[in-house]
Design a protein around this ligand. Structure first.
Ligand code: SAH
Length: 239
């Protein structure tokens, strides 16, 4: 069944207006007619079966019929990734949505060679990936922030899996006994972290520095590998 993320509230009988692009997708690509059904979610009210109530020139109106699943969230995992080339950031955002990150934070580091990113495009990628995974929330993608500022404002109780290509404990053993709760994964830029950044990161009390093996990975590969290991060792893959 078609599954879309919508903005509006979902409650019995509620009218929901998808975006114009979504309306076109429903009527022109999928050829839905009044009475046809699909699934929607908004990140708050769970997953709903809705029907096409009206097909208008300016878009489709959906009617919420029945809640199929209550709202649920995956484990509290953030992915922090240094800004790298636009195409790689797009891959990273898509894979973060698929691999169950709740939020993607973009970091500016000493060696970031910032490509101009379009946040609206990254949001759309996160949404589309979330729609196809069956998850009931869409990971937020935050505006780029300096790594130092991000560390200065670190949230109490959140732990950091610092992916450190210059050394660090083997990831599986480091994570196996690390415990669950709030986590973030940090991936550096193509030029790596500067020595000062590495030093600061390793000295923080909430950091676990891990190695992803003896080969240097590209940032997108490293992000996917790290999220996979985290989900298997700490996250919800055993549920
Ligand atoms: N400094 C490297 C490239 C960095 S790769 C160089 O130029 O040789 C980009 C990021 O991916 C790194 O900062 C790190 O966070 C992660 N990464 C890549 N390979 C890794 C590995 N083998 N172990 C841990 N992290 C890795």
């Amino acid at each position: 069944m078609i599954r879309l993320h919508v903005q509006g509230d979902l409650a019995p009988g509620a009218a929901v207006a998808p975006t114009l692009d979504q309306s076109r997708y429903l009527t022109q690509v999928m050829r839905l007619k009044a009475g046809d059904e699909l699934l929607v979610f908004n990140g708050r009210d769970g997953e709903w079966r809705v029907s096409v109530a009206e097909v208008l020139k300016k878009g489709v109106i959906l009617r919420a019929e029945e809640q199929m699943r209550p709202q649920a969230y995956g484990p509290d995992l953030e992915l922090i990734v240094a800004v790298v080339k636009k195409a790689r950031v797009e891959t990273i955002v898509e894979k973060a949505a698929e691999l169950g990150a709740r939020r993607v934070r973009l970091a500016l580091t000493h060696r970031t060679n910032a490509d101009r990113l379009r946040l609206d495009r990254l949001d759309a990628i996160a949404k589309e990936a979330a729609e196809q995974t069956g998850r009931m929330d869409v990971p937020a993608v935050d505006d780029p922030v300096k790594l130092d500022a991000l560390l200065d404002g670190w949230e109490d109780g959140r732990r950091l899996m610092f992916c450190d290509e210059t050394g660090g404990a083997p990831a599986v053993s480091a994570l196996t006994h690390a415990g669950d709760g709030k986590w973030a994964i940090l991936i550096g830029p193509e030029g790596g972290f500067s020595p000062e950044e590495g030093e600061r990161l390793r000295s923080l009390p909430f950091t676990t520095a891990v190695s992803l093996g003896p080969r240097i990975l590209r940032a997108d590969t490293a992000a996917i590998a790290a999220m996979t290991l985290w989900q298997a060792a700490v996250g919800d893959w055993d549920r």
